[in-house]
Write a protein that binds this ligand. Sequence first.
Ligand code: SAM
Ligand code: SF4
Ligand code: SF4
Length: 384
Amino acid sequence: MCSGGTAGPSASGVVAGGHREWAGYDGSAAGYDSDVDTPVTFDGRPGLPDTLGRALRDLRISVTDRCNFRCTYCMPKEVFGRDFAFLPKDQVLTFEEIERLARIFVGLGVEKLRITGGEPLVRRDLPDLISSLAAIRRPDGGEVDLTLTTNGSALRSLARPLADAGLKRVTVSLDSLDDAVFGAMNGIDFPVERVLDGIAAAIEAGLAPVKINMVVRRGVNEPSIIPMAAWAREIGATLRFIEYMDVGHSNGWQLDEVVPATELIGLLCGQWPAETAHPGYRGEVAGRWRYLDGRGEFGVISSVTQPFCRDCTRARLSAEGTLYTCLFAVEGRDARALLRQGATDAEVEAFVREVWSVRADRYSEQRSAATSTLPKVEMFAMGG
Ligand code: SAM
Ligand code: SF4
Ligand code: SF4
């Protein structure tokens, strides 16, 4: 109970609690099942394994690189001002292209589709895409877990049409209940009240349980942690604290701005005793903690201090149709070109198999002062 060393489902003993040391990565793949001849993956189920035995199970689809917010940790307004050149429309995947790729991924064992961006709700006619994705069936005939991550600003008008189109759940990002803190973090002084109203609309539309993502940045929104947790307990939402990550190059990330998972867990358990809960499935990104008083749970996404690469089953498709196998990838592979050259479904499937089967990514486990300056794609461009 509240011993707190391990935030993730399979934390690898890396930097437990210390935020000024780096992982002692020895360059080996010890602990991984690297027998790729066996078509059974690390979770014992059939699937498409990468070089470390991790199955392809989740696809995050970015539907736009645009956003109406300018969060300081993602798209700081000093860098992404009026003159910034976002993708022209003809370079963004159409709904038909997205649906076709998603269907092929699901045929290969993907069980969960998460729509993201940029801000996905700024993409016109999004419910149309949701209804076509909701119709996709897994090889066993089952439904796909279809969800979406949003800043919540347009949920009041879109929650109902999205739910009617077949969306199951939403994750809403909110970093503080304090208008001054939130307004500074979202970069456009967007009021808390409107996000709260969007969350209420999501609950009314049945997009539940709602998950809330809160990026915690040292010296910026630490005082918001307990009020956010108290509010989430009150409304029955699961709050997930995200360690501030060194994604992209624009946010000027510094290690000492990361509040380590163990510190967060200690703070919360000091207020409301909690115990670890088992992860929902292997590959779930958040370490889960259940409040002992029965008032729900919270999660901690500890990608900096306790990486979970060995359970990482996610691929990402950017708005322009580039396929990435890691959030911190330097480069991806162009699926759009393949589609627009007239490739058959079998050829697209072979492409995905090829990309995934050579995957060896484990950036967060290898992160060091040196890797944090490597070239990386911005998170809003890749799809967070
Ligand atoms: N615009 C949507 C939103 O904000 O929810 C979806 C895209 S956003 C890139 C996805 C998630 O990434 C959000 O929860 C956001 O807070 C998180 N995120 C963005 N930059 C981050 C960073 N540097 N460190 C940790 N999380 C970050
Ligand atoms: Fe936009 Fe989401 Fe990035 Fe904030 S985190 S700037 S809302 S894409
Ligand atoms: Fe997955 Fe890459 Fe993140 Fe590791 S660093 S958990 S491989 S996305």
